[in-house]
Structures are given as C-alpha cells and as structure tokens.
Design a protein around this ligand. Structure first.
Ligand code: AMP
Length: 297
C-alpha cells in the first residue's frame, strides 16, 4: 500500500484559453489519483467545510479516504496563471486556510505503508508525519517555491528525512542556490536524499543516484491545455509503480520515471484533474508502447 500526504485544494487556474475557478486540485490530489492507477493508495489531507461533496466523491472512488480530515474553515486555495506559452506559471495567491497549523496524523491502517509520498506541503508537517510510520521502505518528497522562500531550513530537514526528492528545475536552483542541475542534485544528495529527480516540464527529467544520471524525455505532445498537476502526477505514478512492484531497484526506478512522464502527459492534455479521472489502464499501456517506440534507436 502507498500513503500520500500533502495539499488538497480548491484551485483557480488561469490558462490562456480558460479560467477555472475553485476546481479540485492540490499536490496530494494529483499524486494520489495518479498513483491509484498502480496500487491501493491512501490519502492523508485536510479540507475545509466548503469542500464540495462532488469532489469528495471523485476522491473516494479512486483512493482510500480514512486519512481525510474535514476541519471548520476554508480549504487550501491556490491561484495561478499560465502565460501564453503554458510553460511559465505565476502564483497569484496561496491561501493556506485549514492547512495552516494542521497537525496531521497517520491512521492506524496506514502505519504499515512501506511506500510514502510527501507531496508538496508545509515541510514541518511532512517531517512530523513521516516519523509516524512503522517501516518505510521508500519515501519521497516534493516542494515548491512558496516553501523554499518561507521555510528553506525546514525543506532541507525534510530532504534529510526521505529517500528521494522530486523537484522541478527552477525550484532546485532556488533551493540550492546553484545554476547547474548536476550541482543542484549533488547538493541535495549531500543533504541526505539518495535519489534526486529533477523535473524539466515538457522536456522530461533527470534522475541522479550515486554517480548515475538517467535522463528521460517528456512524451511529446502537440496539444497542451493545462499543465497544473503534471509534476504531482509524475511523482504519484512513479511511487505508485514502485509500490506495486514492492521494488526500489535502480531498474524499477528508471521504469517508474517513464511511467511518471507518461502519466504527466495525460494530465496536461485536459483541464484540472480530468486527464486522470478519464484515464483507462489501456490508455497507459498504449502510451507506454508509443513512448518506448519514440525513444528507441
Ligand atoms: P504542479 O502543477 O505539479 O506544480 O502542482 C500544482 C498543485 O500544487 C496545485 O493543484 C496546487 O493546489 C498545489 N500547490 C500550489 N502551491 C502550493 C503550496 N505552497 N503548498 C502545497 N501545494 C501547493
């Protein structure tokens, strides 16, 4: 079983073609929905009393919600705007609401999870939560500029507490104060992570482990409408695949990264979570085949 913890949100997403207001989002939402294609996934999260029943239903149809807490107040709200190229996003507002000072705890049933994903969230909460599991075999975390700017030292402590870090290229540079991605990865490994996966949006990712570098291409797409959640879905697929195989071998990690690229590519083709909720296992299988054909030489 896999446990995912992190933000569950009502997002306002401004794309050049469409503005979505208060739609289901959050790093843990995308990651858990993506992971659920591979393995039973439990979600630990907090939402406010304004969280629509229809969104709770979507979540409950795909993931276990024993860890979902409804707290008096408003759900975490993120407001972001993409530019015309859809490759740069500007944060307009981050309203933590019920996520602020949330004291998460792990339901008894999840304590034996061997795979844990700490999605983008307050790093102090993530550090406290990981301590509650009994026997973690593989843990991974992500972060975002908001936490790097407000709680950098806690982000570094969170990195010490996990096996792997997934982070996008701009955030890796911001966090490490380096410009070269190899230097960024080396610094993050020095802080304690064994694996560092630097995401490069549509251009794929670079995985670092010891002296191994594994570059992987993004799945090339002509029509992208909303990149929100691509990174979270990448990470969810990655750890979901590893949990399904109960493996952390280097070859499994490489294959998991390819699944990450493929799941990320489905998300960006539709708005919000639609790319994940409308996805069938056969779609994933077929795109994996196409991906393989695309990169083979
Ligand atoms: P991504 O597009 O993969 O970077 O993830 C976007 C998701 O991250 C959105 O659905 C947001 O709700 C969520 N998010 C944005 N900022 C934060 C933050 N500071 N902490 C936690 N989650 C966030």
């Amino acid at each position: 079983m896999l446990t995912v913890f992190g933000s569950t949100a009502l997002d306002t997403i401004r794309t050049p073609r469409k503005v979505l207001k208060n739609v289901l989002g959050g790093a843990a939402t995308f990651a858990a929905l993506s992971a659920s294609n591979f393995v039973d996934t439990g979600l630990i999260a907090v939402v406010g009393t304004d969280f629509p029943k229809k969104y709770q239903k979507i979540l409950s149809e795909n993931v276990d919600l024993k860890g979902l807490i409804v707290k008096q107040g408003k759900t975490f709200h993120y407001d972001g705007k993409f530019d015309n190229t859809l490759s740069t996003r500007e944060t307009i507002k981050t309203e933590l609401n019920v996520l602020q000072d949330f004291k998460p705890s792990v339901p008894e049933e999840y304590k034996k999870s061997q795979f844990v994903y700490l999605a983008n969230n307050d790093p102090d909460q993530n550090i406290n939560l990981i301590k509650e599991f009994d026997k973690v075999k593989f843990s991974m975390c992500d972060t975002i500029d908001f936490w790097i700017s407000t709680k950098r030292e806690s982000v570094i402590r969170m990195i010490k507490a996990v096996d792997a870090v997934v982070i996008n290229d701009e955030e890796a540079k911001l966090l490490t104060k380096e410009f070269n991605l190899i230097k960024c990865a080396k610094k993050i490994m020095k802080w304690g992570a064994k694996y560092v996966i630097i995401k490069k949006g549509e251009h794929g990712s670079l995985m670092f482990f010891d002296d191994v570098i594994f570059p992987s291409a993004g799945f090339s797409l002509e029509d992208v409408v909303d990149p929100t959640g691509a990174g979270d879905s990448f990470a969810g697929a990655m750890i979901g695949y590893l949990a399904s195989k109960k493996s952390t071998s280097l070859s499994s990690i490489k294959k998991a990264i390819v699944y990450g690229n493929v799941l990320g590519s489905f998300v960006v083709e539709k708005y919000g979570i639609d790319g994940l909720t409308q996805l069938k296992k056969l779609d994933i299988k077929n795109r994996m085949k196409l991906y393989e054909r695309m990169i083979r030489f």
